[in-house]
Design a protein around this ligand. Structure first.
Ligand code: UGA
Length: 440
């Protein structure tokens, strides 16, 4: 049976979740206080880059399952479930998540419920937040009604969010109220009926699952990055090592791709927040600490690698950089390794021309003065080296012969291991340097 859902916060998570819930057959209204964003959505413009989202939104708007509004009080009325999907950035200057937006949204929702309502926290929030929200909303809910909290963390990757939503490894929700649990089960019934796992837990457990999952994945990447460093010294190949260990079901093949380090809006923020929660409760979180430190050091190591490839110094060198976002298939540059690296290279005197297929507007704000080109070829013209920082398919599809021909010195430093040495060199590159394998 369809559920009447409202989603507060029409950012990345809110919009993707709203569109997917609507596609599962629910009646969804997405709310945001940014009038421009809501107007744009009402005019069919999608404010974020996510493959397939455009079509999903327009299909569900057409069939009347999905609407957008700035009116929170009016939109909450009559809804069985109201999701909170607002941002939880790191508190400026600290490792803690800033819960201001979550708390304000919860109070506004609670003040406007006019029936039994589950307030579902989808934003990633530190352990204990749901209980705190439950305590706060008690004082806001109109007397004759009731609102209870459920924690429902999301596990969506940017670039494949719709696929992840519609084919989840698991759905997790935590609540202590039977009626809320029934509503949550109805919301996810279309996926549960297809055989996807639904795990119901207590609220603290659900909250911690999200942090523990993201930190575990970050640890996995940092681990393979350190193994990659060792591979380069001892003559092993990190991609083959990753395949070899990944075939063990207890380890699994995913998230073992060595590269320039993890970034994005989630892993850096969530590992810091987990560390802060553990510190608050005086619980050592040594492995998470080590992964954070390893990821910070990785940026210096990558800088050194690029310097070495440029005969010891990048000063005065013309470098082409492919990829500004924190990974391919997104336009998100938040905590992207590319940003720090380009800053450091520029400080060392390199002259950079960068190309990114998503043309991220935010990059010009973070890197004022950076020359961004409209094509891969434009970036490599007269370059002394090409540095590949993200794993866009467009880079793999480039005509390598053409790129090499345009370069002053055809040297490629491939920090995502997109190619094999033989192919790159057969196309005219003089030197191919990758991650986790000694170059010939
Ligand atoms: C991550 C999680 O994968 C999602 O499950 C989670 O829901 C999301 O955070 C979130 O908390 O909202 P996302 O940040 O979109 O998703 O990106 P990932 O695909 O996980 O990549 C994170 C970083 O790790 C990127 O910088 C990527 O380049 C890097 N990475 C990933 C590697 O270097 N190697 C790998 O093998 C995988």
């Amino acid at each position: 049976m369809n559920v009447r859902i409202a989603i507060v916060g029409t950012g990345y998570v809110g919009l993707v979740s709203g569109a997917c819930f609507a596609d599962l057959g629910h009646d969804v209204i997405c709310i945001d206080n940014d009038e421009r964003k809501i107007n744009a959505l009402n005019n069919g413009c999608i404010p974020i880059y996510e493959p397939g989202l455009d079509e999903l939104v327009s299909r569900n708007v057409k069939r009347g399952n999905l609407r957008f509004s700035v009116d929170l009080p009016g939109s909450v009325s009559g809804r069985e479930a109201v999701f909170i999907a607002v941002g939880t950035p790191s508190h400026p200057g600290t490792d803690c998540a800033d819960l201001h937006f979550v708390m304000t949204a919860a109070e506004q929702i609670a003040s406007n419920v006019d029936r039994f309502t589950v307030i579902v926290i989808k934003s990633t929030v530190p352990v204990g937040t749901n209980r705190e929200v439950q305590r706060v909303i008690k004082h806001c809910v109109p007397e004759q009604h009731m609102a209870v909290v459920a924690s429902n963390p999301e596990f969506l990757r940017e670039g494949s969010a719709i696929e992840d939503f519609m084919h989840p490894d698991r759905i997790v929700f935590g609540t202590e109220n039977e009626q809320a649990a029934v509503i949550m089960r109805r919301i996810y019934a279309p996926l549960e009926n297809l055989g996807y796992d639904v795990l119901t837990t207590g609220i603290e457990t659900a909250e911690l699952i999200k942090y523990a999952a993201n930190a575990f994945l970050a640890i996995k990447i940092s681990y393979i990055n350190e193994i990659a460093d060792l591979c380069e010294i001892v003559g092993a190949d990190v991609d083959r090592v990753a395949t070899g260990i990944g075939l063990d079901h207890r380890i699994g093949a995913a998230f073992l791709k060595a590269g320039p380090g993890w970034g994005g809006s989630c892993f850096p923020k969530d590992t810091r927040a987990l560390k802060a929660t553990a510190a608050e409760h005086v619980v050592p979180m040594r492995i998470v600490d080590a992964a954070i430190e390893s990821n910070t050091q990785r940026k210096y190591a990558i800088l050194k690698k690029i310097e070495n490839a440029c005969s010891g110094s990048v000063s005065g060198k013309r470098l082409a950089v492919f990829g500004l976002t924190f990974k391919g298939q997104t336009d998100d540059v938040r905590e992207s390794p590319s940003i720090d690296l380009i800053r450091a290279l520029t400080e060392q005197g390199a002259k950079i021309r960068a190309y990114d297929p998503s043309s991220p507007a935010e990059a010009s704000r973070l890197l004022p003065g950076l020359c961004m080109t409209a094509s891969a070829v434009d970036a490599v013209k007269s370059a002394d080296a090409l540095v590949i920082l993200t794993d866009w398919q467009q880079f793999i599809d480039c005509d390598l012969g053409e790129l090499a021909a345009y370069m002053a010195d055809p040297v490629m430093i491939d920090l995502r291991n997109l190619f094999d040495e033989q192919t790159v060199c057969s196309k005219g590159f003089r030197h191919y340097i990758r991650v986790g394998r000694k170059s010939a």
